[in-house]
Design a binder for this molecule. Sequence first.
Ligand SMILES: Nc1nc2c(c(=O)[nH]1)N[C@H]1C(S)=C(S)[C@@H](COP(=O)(O)OP(=O)(O)OC[C@H]3O[C@@H](n4cnc5c(=O)[nH]c(N)nc54)[C@H](O)[C@@H]3O)O[C@H]1N2
Ligand SMILES: Nc1nc2c(c(=O)[nH]1)N[C@H]1C(S)=C(S)[C@@H](COP(=O)(O)OP(=O)(O)OC[C@H]3O[C@@H](n4cnc5c(=O)[nH]c(N)nc54)[C@H](O)[C@@H]3O)O[C@H]1N2
Ligand code: SF4
Ligand SMILES: [Mo]
Length: 749
Amino acid sequence: MKTNRRDFIKLSSLGLGAITLSSPFFWMKENKPLDDSKAKRYPTYCEVCFWKCAGWVYTNEEGKIWKIIGNEEDQHSNGRFCPRGTGGPGQYYDKDRITQPQMRVTKDGVDTFEPVSWDVALDFIAKKLHKIGRKYGPECTALFSHGSGGKFLGTVLKAFGSNNITAPSYAQCRGPREVGFFGTFGKGVGSPEPLDIRDTRCLVLIGSHLGENMHNGQVQELSQAIDKKATIITVDPRFSTVASKSKYYLPIKPATDIALLLSWIHVIIYEELYDAKYVEKYTYGFEQLKEHVKTFTPEWAYGITTITPEVIRKTAHEMGAASPATIIHPGRHVTWYGDDTQRLRAVAILNALLGSWGRKGGFYMPEKKKMKGYPHPPFPVPKRTWRDAFPGKYELAGLALASGICDATVPTIERDCSFKAWIVNGTNLIKTLPNRENTLKAIQSLDLLVVIDTMPVEITGYADVILPECTYLERYDMIRTAGHRKPAIALRVPATEPIGETKPDWWIAKSLAKKMGLERYFADPNPADNTYDTWIEKVLDWQLKKAGTSLEEMKKIGVKTYERKFDDLFFLPNEDVSFNTNTGKIELYSTSFAEAGFDAMPVYTPHPEPPQGFYRLNYGRAPMHTFGRTINNPNLNALMSENALWVNPKVAKAEDIENGQYVWLENQDGKTSSFSIKVRVTERIRWDSLYMVHGFGHDAKKMKRAHGKGAADSELITNVMIDPIMGGTGMRGNFIKILTEQPNKEVQS
Ligand SMILES: Nc1nc2c(c(=O)[nH]1)N[C@H]1C(S)=C(S)[C@@H](COP(=O)(O)OP(=O)(O)OC[C@H]3O[C@@H](n4cnc5c(=O)[nH]c(N)nc54)[C@H](O)[C@@H]3O)O[C@H]1N2
Ligand SMILES: Nc1nc2c(c(=O)[nH]1)N[C@H]1C(S)=C(S)[C@@H](COP(=O)(O)OP(=O)(O)OC[C@H]3O[C@@H](n4cnc5c(=O)[nH]c(N)nc54)[C@H](O)[C@@H]3O)O[C@H]1N2
Ligand code: SF4
Ligand SMILES: [Mo]
């Protein structure tokens, strides 16, 4: 049997996933089968991040999880898991997991959690939701969900009469990108990003720190592109891993990217480096754009960005020479400074000028397999949605805003609809939403907070009811259908029994629906056999049969890849293409933005600079962790147990601090970090910023391995720069100073 260890190390040797696995994880050693041929394998897709790589979970003769590897058929993983995915089963083995439903009770005037049965917990939730529904309307309930199970709970909420369903992956992540690209191409980017990186000849990364951001297929393609000598241009105030692999590294002054992008557009237009035929055939507003960028010369941008005119011109020429096989990467976490939709418009415009949308080595047109949903009665039509809380605002937002629903939960005199109940599934809003004080204020005004999680994370501490979900290794889930070069589906089945009282989301949702009198929305394809616990198998089998396969077949293959319906991965030469915009063209001048009262073409506006003694708070990813969700995973914690504060040597000198010293942080609003963080003195960060990996500094005490380790960026993000176009929460306008003494000693435990 083949393991993926060789491939895993091969990736690492490029330095992109800068991590080595010195010895296999403990369960891989302990649970190795005596006879490998007796091992069983179960198809899954990984839930450690949102790339959702398909793979195989192997169990030994006793049914214990031995290892997890990629599925060779899968376009997301190409048969190889990233370090986080390989260590994913650590989540299953984590002794700190929540294993039983719990309810908040008051004993002797003190709130505490009491273990309860599922029956009691669901009964309480159902009654409370109905009470809230009768009093305020079902629209006053919301579901926050990030991860696979949201679909089932979403059905409960919609059946109840609310469509306030939201994920932080929009307004805290990729929302501005989707709106910026939609305003240009009439189509968002989507996930996985349809980038033909393996065949690109020039890749421009603007803050996308691929290699630390470990989205698997993309990192693999980046390795291929590097091997094929593609030009990599990295723009980042921090010398990221990929910056070290780049031909050009542009250490931009933070918050000035729009100026750089505009001057690149200037050079590409005025030095005629653009794809003239493509621009002529497919785009609208070229002359307006040309006029708009007339004065945005590299000399103008130099004064703003600190990138020299020579480098700006040279890199623009590289992009032009490789066109159309040039990708200006659209990034993913793009909620930086509040003008992010416009920055992403500029990125989209550059791609359009270089003719890379719909072209080999640029953006391909993904195809998705549509699965038929099992029929259910129509959902009631809600009388209100989250949008009613924001009249005339964020109208271009395509999805509900997690931060918006949070804001609208805090009662104000003007607002007649506040949210009264939240169901929070697989998102740790305390560490995820900016401005924690505001999140807590919202939570305090709720009548009901239900949290469904696998771990006792921060948000569980505020819940009225905590429901323990089993991990992805112990459950069935929806079919994964994300689009790719070819349409494909992937199946997840349980590889082992759920531990304790943990249950899968589908079961939780269906059981809650039953308690609420809404079970008809979870109809059984074969009620005669009366087996509640196999409902999901029956539904999946029904769906899969409609898609030309079956549950039985999918258990054997895990992934099924279909041929494309149309040969339209890329535009054909001279093909007539109609875009889903007002003009039917790629809009360099966005008519929809203009109609909505926004700039039709991006403009640069200066952002505040750190005051004396303060530095800009910058944050990002580490290859072996996903946000805060993996910090307590015994495997991944062993690879990195705390984050460090990246400090430029000049700053270290000025602040009189040294490498390895622990410090505390205080932001512009006087908010201090709860825990200390270790200093890492390095030239790899500009002197105007300090950098840390997001996700650390857990204050939840029950997460024993993670508690108190490192500092939390989210605690220090109190200034939120909201994007007026779509409500994204810009989080990089916070300034911090270094404290060598522990602040607020008396309140620390
Ligand atoms: N300060 C700051 N804030 C950020 C970011 C940042 O970099 N810095 N990044 C932003 C971005 S890009 C995003 S996408 C969001 C992500 O935000 P979140 O999705 O909230 O990320 P996590 O903090 O990892 O929370 C995931 C939660 O899901 C739980 N979980 C894991 N597996 C399962 C499961 O199978 N079932 C259930 N029910 N729960 C599970 C974990 O225990 C954890 O509590 O955060 C955004 N917010
Ligand atoms: N290992 C791992 N991989 C992940 C995740 C994870 O948690 N762990 N999360 C996934 C998710 S949901 C997302 S959204 C992505 C996020 O990954 P990306 O989209 O790549 O994230 P960003 O936060 O945009 O990028 C962080 C980089 O931006 C740089 N930066 C900061 N300020 C500026 C600036 O003003 N200008 C420029 N040009 N650069 C700047 C930082 O120095 C850092 O290198 O990662 C995904 N991949
Ligand atoms: S990229 Fe890694 S963590 Fe994310 S789904 Fe794939 S294997 Fe899992
Ligand atoms: Mo994200």
